[in-house]
Design a protein around this ligand. Structure first.
Ligand code: PLP
Length: 398
């Protein structure tokens, strides 16, 4: 008997297209959008059975909706996880993990190199509720071990980091977490499951800002938490109670995004690699940060835990802020915006935007120089992007 149809055997491209399909009696090929706040029961008995969980089924879209469930099933399969909970944004995904799994008196140990708003969440809003965060360098494994305290319950990191592409050793840091009875949470926004599956490397929970590459076309805000049910049921309970829910429409957009994710991530990576190698040769460029370059200090580690290096390349222009701004302003194709993970290539000046709230000392510690530019390489033709950069570089000299 040929019983080969089990999704355990499927590669990520197939999972991205064929898991989590929902189909109504009309037989539509594309998943429908269930734009409804609640669901009707056949009888009072059925209503009671749904609420008591005796009967599976949908109740109310704050915590159960078929389109959202389809997205959750698909992303869980792609990350190799038991369960996924979709959220209204990447930030609410992080908040849901912290508030459902931690309590007052617990400590987070985090990399310094995290998304700026995540830093504000830890330092301002979680601290108010008695959850303290300590920070270490992403790349210093010994520092993670030394910074563990008896109160450390959760380790948090983002790899490759934004904007300097520092790579954290997920296996080694997961081991440190587990020895201490803590869990490791990885924000997998930059690689996505197409290029990196942290759970397989020992991480306990994966966070996504679906807003970035999962959508891939800059249309919607959303997030997700992925991992084993023993944690995800807690996260789900939080979501059901607090309500930072993904809308069915956004879930539908992200479902479509997942279908092309692997192809897009390969294309982003190929173009980013070509531009990074080329930029490294330019006399006007002082330094390029991209894990796909042999010159990157953790190129080998990145190669061992990632299936590609992603679409974000940062580089330092010879000179200072003035030269960096001239280059940014000199391009015609690139959008000047803080977003990333879009089909459209973007340029950002971190020191005056995403990292502008830091003091000059904090920026220096984070390695964010005034001449640093972050480039999110989109899906335009790479030769057009290169020509655009050539013209912009001429504008600096001129
Ligand atoms: C954008 C981003 C977030 C936050 O996601 P939102 O969807 O904007 O709330 C979290 N982590 C990383 C790495 C991000 O780039």
């Amino acid at each position: 008997m040929n019983d080969w149809n089990h999704q355990d055997d499927w590669a990520i491209e197939t999972l991205a297209i064929r898991t989590g399909q929902v189909r109504t009696e009309f037989g539509e090929h594309s998943e429908p959008i269930f734009a409804t706040s609640s669901f009707v029961f056949n009888s009072a008995e059925q209503a009671a059975a749904r609420f008591s969980k005796a009967e599976p089924g949908f109740i109310y879209s704050r915590f159960s909706n078929p389109t959202v469930a389809a997205f959750e099933t698909r992303l869980a399969a792609m990350e190799g996880a038991e369960q996924c909970v979709a959220t209204a944004s990447g930030m609410s995904a992080i908040m849901a993990v912290m508030q459902s799994l931690l309590q007052s008196g617990d400590e987070i140990l985090s990399s310094y190199s995290i998304f700026g708003t995540t830093n504000v969440l830890f330092e301002k809003y979680l601290r108010k509720f008695g959850i303290q965060t300590n920070f270490v360098s992403q790349t210093d494994v010994a520092a993670w071990r030394e910074a563990i305290t008896p109160k450390t319950r959760l380790l948090f990191l983002e790899t490759p980091s934004n904007p300097l592409a520092e790579i954290a050793d997920i296996r080694a840091i997961a081991e440190i977490a587990h020895e201490a009875g803590a869990i490791l949470v990885v924000d997998n926004c930059f690689c996505t499951p197409a290029l990196q599956r942290p759970l397989a490397l020992g991480a306990d929970i994966v966070i996504h800002s679906a807003t970035k590459f999962l959508d891939g076309q800059g249309r919607c805000i959303g997030g997700a938490v992925v991992g084993p049910s023993r944690y995800l049921e807690e996260v789900y309970g939080y979501l059901r109670t607090v309500g930072p829910t993904m809308s069915p429409f956004n879930a539908w957009v992200f479902l479509k995004g997942l279908e092309t994710l692997s192809l897009r991530m390969q294309a982003h990576s190929t173009s980013a690699q070509r531009l990074a190698e080329w930029l490294e040769q330019q006399p006007a460029i002082e330094r390029v940060h991209y894990a796909g370059l042999a010159s990157h200090p953790q190129h080998a580690l990145a190669s061992s835990q990632q299936d590609g290096y992603g679409g974000i390349v940062s580089f330092e222009v010879r000179g200072g802020k003035e030269q960096a701004w001239k280059l940014i302003n000199g391009t015609k194709i690139f959008s000047i915006t803080a977003n990333l993970g879009d089909t459209k290539s973007t340029l950002t000046h971190p020191a005056t935007t995403t990292h502008g709230r830091l003091t000059p000392e904090e920026r220096q510690r984070a390695g964010i120089k005034d001449n640093l530019i972050r480039m999110a390489v989109g899906l335009e033709n790479v030769n057009d992007l290169k020509r655009d950069l050539i013209h912009a570089l001429e504008a600096i000299d001129g």
